[in-house]
Design a binder for this molecule. Structure first.
Ligand SMILES: Cc1ncc(COP(=O)(O)O)c(C=O)c1O
Length: 440
């Protein structure tokens, strides 16, 4: 045995050296790519230090070949998992056929896509855009024009009520009504005409309505604010108030829509049909940007040719992918899946009994884990998870977001829970160990 070991010793040493050199080289590639991004990209994000190269289903792979379970889904845009074969087929087939025409012409893709979108969401008309922020801007323009031309509010004086903690994108109008100081700092002057009320407080909405109010814009669950779920019945109360006061209820479901919370729309949990609905993110199948503003007839009819548009909005490539994404959502019953898997994930997270955890909240597969900042920051915890093979993202310093693709299986959720539990186990307890407490 000793002879055997002796004989192979030089070979083993070479193998080890090769492995170490390889690790250094691949680590060097990763660092070089991060440096390149840091050198040439605006510093408007603070990514986790991982460089991704490929994705399949719920799995991502970095340039070193290390695999990660994607528990973030590109802020809920990758609900179908990465490179879903059906969606990639729809994308590539359409790309070879016709990709972009502008809306100067009709295409064979847009009508069927919008028909499916309207039929599934129960809205009569849709206006296709690209990003979520553009669809929100579309909603704001529609609401103001409806206020002035249909409701009869004096010109240029329509108001829109929003909620504290809202997040609707990054255009100047949108950050102008954000309650987050950083999002606004230095970007003014801002558009007037927005009034902010506490989220989850229907009485505050009612009190804020004036004869100038055109619309109430609300996320059914606030995502960027830290996965804030309002009290049960809130949305239904808002619906009743808006109907009674002739104010448009516009739900921003860019993040909560398309199955994410366990229903096709988060509004469906309270059987609420909004007057305007904003969708984005997952609508593009995790492959390209596609968003839409949907609304009732008298709201959408305020738009005349030339009032609004976008070169890429409603392009046949996006429409083909959007159609395939909606069909997949319906045929694979992904909303139901999100509800079942979400219950399992929330239950599993709540069962992790660690003093650093303040709260686990959410609906379906849109889940926030609030940490005690005295124990650990959400960013540091996300880095711990990354090293253990789970990618997530912090929001607001104390909340870790868990929003995996809706295709995630029970087995994968259980595996994720084991890793998350182990990450907590590796933390020092913030208020001393059990042994300390017993000794005290
Ligand atoms: C509720 C909500 N609305 C709008 C947006 C803006 O979408 P986008 O980043 O595609 O502009 C977001 C993005 O996170 C969002 O969460």
């Amino acid at each position: 045995m000793r002879n055997y070991a002796k004989k192979f010793q030089p070979f083993m040493t070479i193998m080890r050296l090769l492995q170490e050199t390889n690790a250094l080289l691949t680590g060097a590639v990763m660092n070089r790519l991060i440096e390149l991004e840091n050198r040439y990209c605006a510093r408007n994000y603070h990514p986790l230090p991982v460089v991704l190269r490929s994705g399949k289903g719920i799995w991502l792979q970095d340039v070193d070949g290390k695999r990660y379970l994607d528990m973030m889904s590109a802020y809920s845009a990758v609900s179908f998992g990465h490179s879903h074969p059906t969606l990639v087929a729809a994308l590539t087939e359409q790309a070879q056929q016709l990709a972009v025409t502008s809306r100067a012409y009709h295409t064979d893709q847009l009508g069927p896509f919008l028909q499916l979108l309207c039929e599934m969401t129960g809205q009569p008309r849709a206006l296709p855009m690209n990003t979520g922020a553009e669809a929100v801007e579309t909603a704001l323009k529609a609401a103001r024009k409806w206020g002035h031309k249909v409701k009869g509010i004096a010109d240029n004086s329509a108001e829109i009520i929003v909620c504290n903690g809202n997040f609707a994108g990054r255009t100047t109008t949108i950050v102008g009504f954000s309650s987050e100081q950083q999002y606004r700092d230095g970007f003014g002057p801002f558009a007037p005409g927005f009034v902010s009320v506490p989220f989850g407080d229907a009485a505050a909405l009612e009190a804020a309505i004036s004869p100038r109010t055109a619309a109430f814009l609300v996320e059914p669950i606030q995502g960027e604010a830290g996965i804030i779920v309002p009290p049960a019945g809130y949305l239904a109360q808002c619906r009743e108030i808006c109907t009674r006061r002739n104010v448009l209820l516009i739900c921003d479901e860019v993040q909560t829509g398309l199955g994410r919370t366990g229903r096709l729309l988060a509004c469906d949990h309270e059987a609420v049909r909004p007057d305007g609905l904003i969708l984005g993110k997952a609508l593009g199948g995790g492959l390209l940007p596609l968003s839409a503003f949907l609304a009732r007839e008298d709201v959408m009819q305020v738009f005349n040719p030339g009032d609004h548009g976008s070169t890429f909005g409603g392009n046949p490539l996006a429409a083909a992918v959007g159609s395939a994404a909606l069909q997949l959502l319906r045929d694979d019953r992904l909303a139901e899946r999100a509800e079942t898997m979400g219950r399992r994930l929330i239950g599993g997270l709540r069962a992790i009994d660690h003093p650093a955890i303040r709260e686990v909240r959410g609906k379906g597969l849109l889940i926030g884990l609030e940490l005690d900042p005295a124990a650990i920051s959400a960013r540091t915890f996300c880095e711990h998870l990354m090293h253990r093979g789970i990618l997530s993202k912090d929001t607001h310093a104390t909340v870790v977001r868990f929003a995996p693709p809706l295709i995630i299986t029970e087995h994968e959720i259980d595996a994720a829970l084991v890793i998350i539990g182990a990450a907590f186990d590796s933390l020092p307890t913030p208020h001393g160990s059990d042994a300390d407490r017993i000794a005290a």
